[in-house]
Design a binder for this molecule. Structure first.
Ligand code: FO1
Length: 309
């Protein structure tokens, strides 16, 4: 069995990561997760994508919302609301325990990777989930009038302001997670996450950027665009605002320098020639992952192809 590295954002990436977890041995699986959405809220260190991946792989996620824990209660949030506290970012009672633990671990000197692995241990998960970096990289959304922090844009303003650009602060001091030795992976999978705000913060890290540029034959993109719509979140809306077509071809162009292979949904098959012209080998599979079977089937399709190479 080959070794797989998944580059992963939140909800969409976590679904595919679950398919991989159900399909291969944990020794063959490593998941590098976006931390550009991380922020400090009410003095807690919050890592939404790391938590989404951790909860999803542990069978603990709220599947309908896509974030947070299942069977959640909201007593703290209700009490905070009664005190006129800050409640725009919803923290459930069980989820809060994760943020308290992480904050304490980091304040007592553990790296984000170590804190992540300690949290994973309490969810009985092996050490296969890694933050993309131990240093902070913060995603900001440039809108016409203001530069917004990611969570302000995403949660407080519900992605409403039109986007003109993205800014990643902290890149000069951040390095790609040194625990992830890129040459030890046979295949690198770019999960169906938002390319602009979930995958791009990772691609901006020099070590990863240079490696993918040099080994693009190892890199497979799974399109987050299906039937000219985004699977989840604001990817399609952002494409429109940036004056790009909402299309798998836009995804192909975005990753052209890093990848030679792309999976698209059968509903986008008419774009195959354009993707071939961009240098891609194109594969078709059902990319809509709305139940366990479809998550596992997509992972199987990808693995079957890559193991045969
Ligand atoms: N997303 C929301 O839309 N509203 C929330 O109130 C919210 C709270 C929240 C708390 C913890 C956590 O780990 C994630 C949370 N998310 C919430 C999701 C998160 O902000 C986004 O899904 C990601 O940052 C985008 O990948």
């Amino acid at each position: 069995m080959k070794n797989y590295l998944l580059l992963c954002g939140g909800v969409g990436g976590a679904k595919l990561a679950l398919g991989f977890k159900n399909s291969i041995n944990s020794e063959n699986l490593t998941i590098a997760v976006n931390t550009g959405d991380d922020f400090t809220h009410l003095d807690f260190k919050i890592c939404p994508d790391l938590d989404t991946v951790m909860y999803t792989l542990a069978g603990e996620s709220d599947v309908s919302k896509g974030w947070g824990r299942k069977d959640e209660s909201w007593n703290m949030l209700s009490a905070l609301r009664e005190m006129n506290g800050e409640t725009w970012f919803q923290l459930g009672d069980k989820d809060l325990a994760t943020h308290i633990q992480r904050t304490q671990l980091i304040q007592s000197g553990f790296s984000l990777t170590e804190a992540t692995h300690k949290l994973c241990e309490s969810f009985k998960l092996p050490k296969y989930i890694y933050p993309m970096s131990n240093q902070p990289v913060e995603t900001y959304i440039q809108t016409k009038n203001r530069l917004l922090s990611f969570q302000e844009y995403f949660v407080k303003l519900k992605c409403a302001p039109p986007v003109t650009d993205f800014v990643f602060k902290g890149l000069d001091k951040a390095e790609f997670n040194p625990d992830l030795t890129l040459s030890s992976y046979d295949e690198i999978i770019i999960c169906p996450s938002n390319p602009y705000v979930s995958i791009n913060p990772m691609l901006q890290l020099t070590t990863l950027n240079q490696y993918l540029g040099g080994f693009s034959d190892k890199v497979t993109v799974i399109s987050p665009i299906v039937n000219s719509k985004s699977l989840k979140g604001p990817t399609a809306k952002m494409m429109l605002e940036l004056d790009h077509d909402i299309s798998v071809v836009t995804i192909g162009k975005f990753y052209q320098q890093y990848s030679k292979r792309i999976f698209i949904d059968p509903s986008d098959v008419e774009e195959t020639t354009k993707l071939n012209e961009l240098g891609y080998e194109v594969h078709c599979a059902n990319l809509i992952m709305n139940n366990t079977l479809s998550k596992n089937s997509l992972a199987h399709e990808i693995i079957k192809l890559l193991e045969s190479k």
